[in-house]
Design a protein around this ligand. Structure first.
Ligand SMILES: Nc1ncnc2c1ncn2[C@@H]1O[C@H](COP(=O)(O)OP(=O)(O)OP(=O)(O)O)[C@@H](O)[C@H]1O
Ligand SMILES: [Mg+2]
Length: 327
């Protein structure tokens, strides 16, 4: 049997003591200094504070006359520390984008409050870089001009704008496409312009809604590692939505798992994997596989099942993680 399979088997057939020790490390996580040598998470200032954030939409009452209120997210309470990387996962339609839109200031909560640096969020601002689902790029601007948009708002001189935009064009692999207009790009290329635009003006908070969903697998892995590199260098606070469990665990300090109807936070998992992280190394780590398994369980509501079921479900997640695994 290969070493990789052994690792997966250890992870899948984790016994109660191993599980307990792992979980106690999760509980103690906040007592340690973080990977960057910064004060531990509890001592860092709160960058983002969501208090009972609720958002309802008025929708047509199906089959009947009139309208009704639909609760998209309800009572989301969340503290995000400065410099933290948090990922949000949850079933489609559970309200992840709704929450991120509120964080960005593009929409307002129906009730509850949201604070950034202790100030109530009342609209969009340049302290937040946003990569939304569906690009939101300017079709009348070329790639370079799209990326320079935030720099223009910040009144950065032209020469410096050029240098910065080129750095991020190169970073996202769009060298040679600087003069193309948006309709002349593929979906993945558009997404990369959106990422470069958000990174280029160096916001303190980066809000990313499935930013890598439309890029090919190889570019995605490169961009995940690049994003971590930039984050570690600049100490940004990042809120990142993804449908990929692997991506969520690989990137995050914490993974917030949301549930639907109405959208709310089900559980937050601490990810105490050492940094800097390299996908190739992390994928082979039993802790990574266990964390992915845990998130998967939460998403599939299997945490309360009996042990036999958990083992069977674990086999499935192991197969998902590595379809070739010999179980
Ligand atoms: N403007 C709107 N009017 C009415 N309902 C809306 C509106 N925007 C979102 N919703 C509803 O709110 C719920 C949450 O939507 P949201 O886009 O936040 O989900 P999501 O978790 O981001 O899903 P996905 O993973 O598919 O992107 C969905 O049921 C959606 O239909
Ligand atoms: Mg969404």
């Amino acid at each position: 049997m290969s070493g990789e399979n052994t690792v997966l088997k250890e992870n899948v057939f984790i016994n109660k003591e191993e599980k307990k020790s792992f979980e106690s490390r999760q509980d103690n996580n906040s007592k340690h200094n973080d990977h960057k040598g910064h004060p531990n998470k509890d001592e860092r200032e709160i960058k983002i504070l969501a208090k009972n954030v609720t958002r309802t939409f008025t929708v047509k009452n199906r089959g009947q006359k009139g309208v009704k209120e639909f609760v998209a997210i309800k009572d989301i309470n969340l503290e995000i520390r400065a410099g933290e990387f948090i990922t949000l996962v949850g079933p489609s339609g559970c309200g992840k984008s709704t929450f991120l839109d509120i964080l960005s200031g593009l929409s307002k909560p129906t009730s509850g409050e949201l604070y950034i640096d202790g100030k109530l969020v009342t609209g969009p601002a340049l302290d937040r870089g946003i990569v939304l689902q569906g690009y939101a790029l300017f079709p009348w601007r070329n790639v370079r001009k799209n990326i320079e948009y935030g720099l223009e708002l910040k009144k950065i001189p032209k020469k410096q704008r050029r240098e910065i935009s080129q750095e991020f064009i190169d970073l996202v692999g769009l060298t040679g496409f600087e003069d193309r207009y948006i309709h002349e790009l593929s979906g993945g290329m558009r997404q990369r312009v959106a990422i470069a635009r958000a990174l280029a003006y160096n916001p303190e908070v980066l809000l990313m809604d499935e930013p890598f969903a439309a890029v090919d697998a190889q570019t995605r892995e490169t961009m995940q590692e690049e994003l971590l590199r930039i984050w570690e260098k600049t100490n940004k606070t990042i809120v990142f939505i993804t449908h990929s469990i692997e991506e969520a665990v690989f990137l995050a300090d914490r993974v917030a798992v949301l549930s639907a109807n109405p959208g709310s936070i089900k559980e937050i998992i601490n990810v105490d994997l050492p940094r800097p992280r390299k996908l190739g190394d992390v994928r082979n780590s039993p802790d990574f596989n266990w964390l992915s398994h845990k998130v998967w369980e939460l998403l599939h509501n299997v945490e309360n099942k009996n042990e036999t079921n958990v083992i069977n479900e674990s086999r499935n997640i192991a197969e998902e993680i590595s379809p070739t695994v010999d179980l």
